[in-house]
Write a protein that binds this ligand. Structure first.
Ligand SMILES: NC(=O)c1ccc[n+]([C@@H]2O[C@H](COP(=O)([O-])OP(=O)(O)OC[C@H]3O[C@@H](n4cnc5c(N)ncnc54)[C@H](OP(=O)(O)O)[C@@H]3O)[C@@H](O)[C@H]2O)c1
Length: 374
């Protein structure tokens, strides 16, 4: 006969076994609770925000919660902006765990969990409580790595609703790139843009969102035109299937070149990530009935909109803020169908996480920057 205590101990052992701590002899839950893990938190020192590695108690999953051993995380421009106190107008909260994006394996489940079991491969969704439907103040308040703790931790506990299974053909490193940039590009193109074959798609720069946009467009049979400050990156973009490429640094009136590539019809879709410097030009590159997804502000947020152009050319404008779990799942189905693999620029170790931020700040990357835990 098994007692409640031995069941609990066995469950604990199952968790620890999955966590690679199999050699530990567990005699009571109190011993297990003494186990620690490492995680990064934001610390503020003389008004300078830094990443601080902390040794903290391993979390325990409660009702409907899942314990995930995080195997890889990825950076988005937002994460750098948060570190630089340029996101939401101030320093991040001291003690906040950074990064919205991460993937790992389930190593424990709390009572009542039905969606996952130990061994499942999962990723966190960007808004931990946005499952489906429209966003709300409540879902916005669940943004990982900003409003709530993020993924730059050896383990996390999440409500089971805040996770998705990752595509089987992807490694943890690849899957860790999906939650923010992938879902954003997916929603911009398919959910809001209604992308169809042969559409001309304008992508600005070769960062995370734009490269997902390139891969999705190519897979859908559309014609992506991508800009970059680097000719070398543009060569690589062509190898990935870009229909047209323009260097926005050497050709400052790049929107004319983009229009020329479309036979002067203008593009049908824009993933607008550049903001102040790019928005007016991107609108000039748009054709009649086109769609522009307002996503980012790499050069600062644009604050003027040419309403006359929108009306005159029947342009559709959508503000995008990542997306829901249902959007993530729809994207995963597409990624699986087309066996797509995210472009991983460089992988940093967990110990060296601050260097991943420096790499993003350098602007030398193409695609996604990843931190692998172990
Ligand atoms: N609304 C949302 O839900 C959402 C989601 C994700 C990201 N975003 C926003 O979208 C933007 C891109 O994010 P990300 O994570 O993809 O960034 P990222 O990976 O850091 O991409 C940066 C790249 O963009 C290009 N770039 C930089 N400044 C540019 C400019 N003025 N004009 C054209 N291209 C420029 C550069 O590419 P080259 O080196 O090729 O020149 C740079 O390497 C950010 O503003 C981010 O906050 C918003």
């Amino acid at each position: 006969m098994t007692t409640g205590f031995s069941q609990a101990t066995s469950r604990l052992n199952q968790v620890l076994l999955a966590a690679g701590l199999a050699t530990l002899a567990i005699s009571s839950p109190a011993v297990a609770q003494a186990q620690t893990m490492r995680q990064y938190q934001f610390g503020v020192f003389d008004d300078e925000v830094r990443l601080v590695m902390k040794e903290v108690a391993q979390p325990t999953p409660g009702a409907n919660e899942v314990l995930v051993r995080v195997r890889a995380t990825s950076l988005n421009r937002r994460d750098l902006s948060i570190l630089q106190s340029q996101y939401g107008g101030g320093n991040p909260r001291t003690g906040l765990v950074p990064l919205s994006d991460g993937a790992g394996e389930v190593i424990g489940v709390g009572p009542g969990v039905t969606r996952f079991e130990v061994g499942d491969r999962v990723a966190g969704i960007f808004f931990a409580s946005w499952v489906d439907g429209r966003p709300s103040a409540r879902t916005n308040a669940s943004a990982r790595g900003g409003a709530i703790d993020g993924m730059l931790s050896e383990m996390i506990v999440s409500h089971e609703d805040g996770l998705v299974e990752i595509p089987e053909h992807l490694s943890f490193i690849e899957a860790a790139t999906l939650p923010c940039a992938g879902v954003t590009a997916w929603n911009a193109l398919f959910k809001h843009g209604g992308l169809v074959e042969d559409d001309f798609v304008l992508l600005e720069g070769t960062g995370g969102v734009s490269i997902f946009g390139l891969q999705f467009s190519v897979a859908a049979g559309a014609r992506p035109i991508i800009t970059s400050s680097s000719d070398e990156k543009l060569v690589r973009a062509r190898e990935m299937g870009a229909y047209g490429t323009v260097n926005y640094r050497t050709n400052t009136e790049w929107q004319d070149e983009v229009r020329a590539i479309t036979g002067n019809a203008g593009v049908t879709q824009v993933l607008e990530v550049g903001g102040r410097d790019t928005l007016p030009k991107a609108i000039r590159a748009l054709g009649y009935g086109g769609h522009i997804a307002i996503i980012g502000g790499l050069s600062g947020f644009a604050n003027a909109m040419p309403i006359g152009s929108f009306i005159g050319r029947s342009i559709k404008v959508t503000g995008i803020y990542v997306g829901s779990r249902a959007d993530f799942e729809a994207m995963n189905a597409f990624i699986t169908q087309h066996q797509l693999r995210p472009l991983v620029d460089k992988v940093f170790t967990f110990d060296n996480a601050p260097a991943a931020y420096d790499h993003m700040a350098s602007g030398n990357h193409m695609g996604k920057i990843v931190i692998a835990s172990f």
